[in-house]
Design a protein around this ligand. Structure first.
Ligand SMILES: [Zn+2]
Length: 1012
């Protein structure tokens, strides 16, 4: 019997191959209707449970209302113990991968690949599902797709492309659960993989035989495992309130889906490499939020201006087909368009759009992470009928994980089928989008971007180049000096040199010489679009019909990195001799000259701080004035280093891209020591999203820190014993929630590594997430500063200081709502002697989320209501003109001694001068050495906006303080109105934070005091 089976098995394979080949040509699978294959048995137990867990008959479709049976291939039940979408089980990422490997073992139609690991070392996988024939042809298919992806390989010859299009199977890449509390996708994708491998219905065979489906079932594997932990805790504590998922990935939560410009996270790099290496035609990312399935690819505007129009039409085709077909099955709440825009290219799905593939995204409906079935109610805005939501969701339903899985699988199957039937069109478009990306250099332009070898900030330049390398952009370097035409306004407009930044001169060019070794990013390459999207400027009109852009409106990387990339339209730049850059971009470094004292110029390079911490025992001094030595010029803030071995310094500076000059003697300049500050990064338990970007920046720069919570601050009476600087990045929630924490009613909510919750990190734990900083913590923080500590705050933590009266003489101004939405604004240095701005270029581009700024005052509690003399045109009603004095009748004209005191005029970034009356009784007048010192302010007028949206002319932002140093007794609060460490995109403003660390005990350097 066994022998017979072996024979049958071998014979059956031959027969199956024959039968799948021959009828595939005669049988037209493209017109197949959904529904089970006649003759293929179903798994009746599994099928029964699908119906049991689905809460309404109209939440089913003929694609998934049965489960095909296989004698050899296990269903997801083998791992889950129940069916996909059961109300009691969310699998860990490893369980999902284990199931995919079971599938691959049992079915020749499935293969599993490791695509990389995360920050915490967990594995990410991709699962390929296709017919045996397609998988056998995988390498040859890849070779064909590679030529379509890079038409340079076939001489840009359409005639050579055509047979490749005809012969190739496209790759449809599905990614699940990048957002950890959006937890339905993994089980849906386990079941989808099974169906694709096993189902013999003509509809599914049409997919399997014509499309290679690639699946990463869990993108954020670290966060997924923590989410499952939280759900397990919830099940173990019935009736108790359970905590939100406080940490998703190691660094960031929801923003893991905003990293795809700067590419700092492993998950971004792993998915992009998979997309590019497999030559994927479509990336479909699965999310959960709105009811019941929002295909948001076909979005409302404004669209990203660098996307190819062919792509925009592909969105329309795919999305409306989706609505049409699910509408055919009577599934309510399936729609597209909505109010999402496609402006920012920072989402995971955007990786496809910026690399010549198609991006798609589903929002399906979930229950906030738990697999339980619960009643859900919706408001009128979600259930209304519109032109794009013809069959809206219901006001009240029981909603199950199974419903979610039904919608996801149905949408995916019909999309895959549509892709199979239109594969030639999508492959043709893939080729043409790739080709147009290459032709772009000589058609719409630009021809190239040039990054000069004489840029004053080569470290930041190398950082930018490495981002482009992560984006798989080709870089080349000039082998000789070159002279090319560059935009004429560039020299004047860059770095905010004046008022000439104007579109009217944009067409003028001037010739400029660039030294050998300058970088050219040629735009005649397949991934030119992402280079253009990152390096160019964005303008988001205040009059755009879309008044609520979904995310940031501006990001221009060269400005945010404090470097320069010159947009060159002259195609002659493409004829310059170059060599391709093979290795990771790095700034030149090392020690030159002779002597035992070393000087390193401060050019705003973030690696300076890394160097300081690498040689903790070295003697590092910081120059308070510019100087010249060893034939080189050094800015304020430059390092003078002793007690470090030359070879060690040479090795370190080569690695870090810093140039050190050995000197015979110490330069004659005023200096203070740069001690390696002991740093804590402070977090709340209400929101850890935004501070994660700061933690990541510190880790990537190898700056050691303790990670402490507001609860720790409340418990440590003498923080000075442990720390010199406490960094308090923007916190989630309201300002008062920093002190209050969460409501103390109901039960304690632990966030703790336990056997029940083994994936919760040991790096941040508490028995109860509810308590906040409290008044004890507030007092400890204040005492820390009074005794000489430094606290760095940003955005809402700066507001926290002013709200609780910790920082005297500073107030927060909120710009009108919608005036700034994630824009790049220009700053100006106010006090170049402040250590905070050492090495920082004037006119740096900074990220502003919402246009928040500050005001300062020399009076405690003042600032917000300050008058601005230059704008003060008010006078009381009375006789005469605006400038005339009023004259009350029946009173003598004013003698000079009775006339109002004339106070000097002042700017918005300055404190109002004190009147003699204020100085007479100075209880609230802040002593001169304790007054706020403004290091940086916002630019004004038309030069304020660099990129993105600025409505209302910026009048409520321009000129106002941006970075303020507030001395308090022996210590300082260093307050940012903006967020200087954001999404790995603001490399240029990192040094404002790092300078504060390096100069923590000398922040008063260069300060001039004025009693008035
Ligand atoms: Zn999401």
């Amino acid at each position: 019997m066994r022998r017979a089976l072996v024979v049958c098995s071998a014979l059956c394979t031959v027969l199956a191959l024959a039968s799948s080949r021959v009828p595939a040509q005669s049988e037209d699978l493209s017109t197949a209707k959904p529904g089970r294959a006649p003759g293929q048995p179903i798994d009746s137990e599994y099928t029964r449970k699908i119906h049991e867990y689905t809460t309404e008959p109209f939440f089913l479709s003929p694609l998934i209302d049965y489960m095909p049976a296989s004698a050899t291939v296990p269903t997801p039940k083998a791992i889950l113990g129940d069916i996909a979408g059961a109300p009691t089980k969310l699998p860990y990422s490893k369980e999902v991968a284990d199931y995919m490997r079971l599938l691959a073992k049992a079915s020749p139609r499935v293969r599993v690949y490791t695509i990389g690991h995360t920050e915490e070392g967990r594995e990410m996988i991709a699962v390929a599902v296709a017919s045996e024939a397609l998988l056998k042809d995988l390498d040859a298919n890849h070779d064909r797709l590679a030529k379509l992806a890079d038409p340079r390989l076939i001489g840009m010859d359409d005639a050579k492309a055509q047979p490749l299009v005809d012969a190739s199977a496209p790759i449809y890449y599905i990614t699940g659960t990048i957002h950890s509390p959006e937890s339905g996708a993994p089980t849906a994708l386990m079941e989808l993989a099974y169906r694709l491998a096993v189902d013999e219905s003509p509809y599914v065979r049409n997919i399997r035989e014509h499309v290679i489906t690639l699946i990463t079932p869990v993108v954020e594997v670290d966060g997924r495992d923590r989410e499952v932990d939280v759900v397990k805790w919830h099940f173990a504590h019935p009736g108790e309130t359970y905590p939100n998922l406080i940490y998703w990935g190691h660094y960031v939560a929801h923003d893991n889906n905003r990293d795809q410009m700067a590419m700092t996270l492993k998950l971004s790099q792993n998915v992009l490499n998979t997309l590019v290496d497999w030559k994927v035609q479509l990336l479909h990312d699965l999310h959960e939020s709105v009811a019941y399935l929002y295909d948001n690819t076909d979005s409302d505007g404004a669209y990203n201006p660098w996307y190819d129009p062919l792509l925009i039409n592909e969105w329309h085709m795919l999305a409306w087909n989706n609505v049409q077909e699910m509408g055919r099955y009577g599934m309510p709440g399936v729609y597209t368009h909505g109010d999402f825009d496609n402006w920012s290219p920072g989402y995971l799905e955007s990786l496809a759009a910026t690399h010549n593939s198609i991006n798609r995204l589903y929002e399906t409906f979930g229950n906030g992470g738990t697999p339980e079935t619960v009643e859900r109610t919706l408001g009128p805005s979600e259930t209304s009928r519109t032109w794009w939501r013809q069959n809206p969701p219901l006001p009240r339903v029981m909603w199950s994980l199974r419903n979610n899985n039904n919608y996801e699988e149905t949408g995916l199957l019909l999309s895959l089928n549509y892709f199979a039937n239109n594969r030639r069109l999508f492959l043709q478009n893939f080729y043409e989008k790739s080709k147009r990306s290459i032709l772009k250099a000589r058609t719409e332009g630009p021809a190239a971007y040039v990054l000069s070898a004489d840029d004053p900030r080569l470290g930041a330049q190398a950082d930018l180049l490495r981002v482009l390398q992560l984006q798989r952009v080709e870089l080349s370097r000039t082998t000789a000096p070159m002279t090319i035409q560059v935009p004429a306004q560039h020299a004047a407009a860059r770095r905010g040199m004046g008022d000439t930044a104007s579109t009217t001169v944009a067409a003028k060019t001037e010739s400029r010489q660039f030294p050998a070794g300058s970088y050219i990013i040629r735009m005649d390459q397949p991934y030119s679009r992402i280079a253009d999207a990152l390096l160019d400027y964005e303008y988001y009109s205040p009059n755009d019909p879309q008044k609520t852009p979904y995310d940031d409106t501006g990001w221009t990387f060269p400005e945010l990195f404090a470097t320069s990339a010159i947009r060159v339209t002259d195609p002659k730049v493409l004829d310059v001799p170059v060599e391709m850059l093979k290795d990771s971009a790095r700034a030149p470094g090392g020690v030159s000259g002779s002597g035992a004292v070393f000087a390193i110029n401060h050019n705003g390079d973030n690696a300076l701080a890394t160097l300081r911490y690498r040689f903790k025992a070295g003697d590092f001094q910081i120059a308070e004035e510019p100087f010249s030595a060893g034939g080189a010029k050094f800015n304020r803030g430059s390092f003078v280093i002793r007690k470090v071995a030359r070879d060690d310094l040479d090795k370190a500076t080569k690695e870090l891209g810093l140039r050190a000059y050995a000197l015979d003697a110490e330069p004659q300049v005023k200096m203070h020591p740069a001690r390696a500050a002991r740093v804590a990064i402070l977090h709340t338990w209400t929101g850890t999203q935004t501070e994660g970007w700061w933690r990541q920046a510190f880790d990537l720069l190898h700056i050691p820190f303790d990670y402490i919570s507001v609860q720790d601050v409340a418990k440590i009476p003498n923080l000075n014993l442990k720390y010199d600087v406490i960094v308090f990045p923007p916190a989630g929630g309201s300002v008062s929630s920093i002190v209050d924490g969460l409501p103390m009613w109901r039960n304690p909510m632990p966030w703790k590594n336990t056997p029940l919750t083994p994936n919760i990190g040991t790096w941040a734990q508490t028995d109860d997430i509810r308590p906040g900083l409290g008044f004890q913590g507030l007092g400890n923080l204040e005492a820390f500063v009074a005794k000489g500590g430094v606290v760095i705050t940003s955005a809402n933590t700066s507001e926290f200081l002013t709200t609780y009266g910790l920082a005297s003489g500073v107030s927060i101004n909120h710009a009108d709502r919608g005036h700034v939405i994630g824009s790049v604004l220009r700053s100006r240095i106010v006090d170049a002697t402040s250590p905070i701005v050492y090495g920082v270029p004037d006119s740096l581009g900074v990220y502003s989320a919402d246009g928040t700024s500050m005001s300062i005052s020399s009076v405690k509690g003042g600032g917000r209501f300050a008058r601005f003399t230059s704008e003060d045109t008010s006078r009381a009603s009375g006789r005469g003109t605006l400038e005339d004095p009023d004259i009350p009748q029946g009173r003598e004209a004013l003698a000079p001694r009775n006339e109002a005191e004339v106070l000097p005029s002042y700017h918005k970034w300055e404190a109002a001068p004190l009147s003699s009356d204020q100085l007479r009784s100075p209880i609230n007048v802040i002593p001169p050495d304790q007054r706020p010192r403004v290091a940086m302010r916002f630019e004004s007028g038309r030069n304020l906006l660099i990129s993105g949206l600025l409505a209302g002319g910026g009048g409520d932002i321009g000129e106002r303080p941006l970075v303020v140093d507030v001395p308090m007794q022996k210590g300082h609060y260093v307050m940012f109105a903006n967020n200087p460490m954001y999404r790995g995109e603001t490399i240029g403003s990192y040094s404002l934070v790092l300078n504060t660390l390096l100069n923590f005990d000398n922040l008063n350097a260069g300060r001039k005091l004025d009693a008035k």
